[in-house]
Write a protein that binds this ligand. Structure first.
Ligand SMILES: [Fe+2]
Ligand SMILES: [Fe+2]
Length: 205
C-alpha cells in the first residue's frame, strides 16, 4: 500500500519512509511497543465508557465498547505475531508521547470530555499514519498485512472520536481546540527520541 493520503490527513507533520525502514530493523521491539499501545487504547476506551457528558449521551457506551473490542483484538493479533517470532511481552511500558498529549486535557466536565476525545482521536490518527508508512516500507508480507489492516481500523477510530467530540460540544469550539491539539502533537512527536517504537521521533531527512 502507499502511505496515507496527506490531503485527507490533518496532521501537521508527516513521517518519512526512512523512519519505517529504521524502526523495522528491530521488528520484535516494535511489536512489543505496539502491543502495549493496543492495551492502552483498550484501557482508554473502557475508561471513557462511563464518562459521557451530561445525563446521558445516546450511542456513547456502544461506541466505547466497540473501540475497546477492536483494540483487544488488535492486542491479540500483535501478541500472536510477537510470540510466533520468538518474542514476548514485558510487564512495564513507557509512552511519553501519549503522556505528553494527555497533559493537554483541561479540567472541568465538558473541556475534559472534549479534550479526552480529541487526544484519543489524534493518537489514533498518528498511529494510522505510522501504520500506513510501515505497511509501505515492510518487505515482510506478514507485517505489511498487519500494518495495512490496522491502518484502516485506527483511521476509523480517529473519525469516530472526532465525530463524537463534535457531537458533545459546539463545532467551532471543538475545531479550534482540534487545531491547537494538532500543533501540539507535531511538537510533541518531534521531541520524542528515535528508536523501535510506534510513536518514536526521527531526524528530519
Ligand atoms: Fe488498535
Ligand atoms: Fe484504535
Amino acid at each position: 500500500m502507499t502511505p496515507v493520503n496527506y490531503i485527507e490527513s490533518p496532521l501537521l507533520s508527516r513521517t518519512p519512509l526512512a523512519w519505517a525502514e529504521s524502526v523495522l530493523a528491530d521488528p520484535l521491539a516494535l511489536l512489543v511497543d505496539h502491543a502495549f499501545l493496543e492495551k492502552k487504547a483498550a484501557n482508554n476506551a473502557m475508561d471513557m465508557m462511563t464518562r459521557w457528558p451530561g445525563d446521558w449521551t445516546p450511542g456513547w457506551v456502544e461506541t466505547m465498547t466497540a473501540v475497546a473490542r477492536d483494540e483487544a483484538a488488535h492486542l491479540a493479533q500483535v501478541t500472536r505475531l510477537l510470540v510466533k517470532r520468538g518474542g514476548r511481552l514485558g510487564r512495564v511500558h513507557k509512552n511519553p508521547y501519549a503522556n505528553d498529549l494527555r497533559r493537554l486535557v483541561r479540567k472541568g466536565e465538558i473541556g475534559d470530555t472534549v479534550d479526552r476525545l480529541l487526544v484519543s482521536a489524534i493518537i489514533e490518527l498518528r498511529s494510522a499514519e505510522r501504520f500506513s508508512v510501515l505497511a509501505a516500507a515492510a518487505n515482510d508480507g506478514e507485517l505489511a498485512a498487519l500494518y495495512g489492516r490496522l491502518f484502516a481500523s485506527e483511521w476509523g477510530h480517529y473519525q469516530v472520536f472526532l465525530r463524537l467530540a463534535r457531537k458533545v460540544a459546539p463545532a467551532d469550539d471543538v475545531d479550534a481546540r482540534w487545531r491547537y491539539m494538532l500543533e501540539e502533537e507535531a511538537r510533541i512527536l518531534a521531541a520524542q527520541p528515535p528508536g523501535p517504537r510506534i510513536h518514536s521521533g526521527y531526524s528530519p531527512v
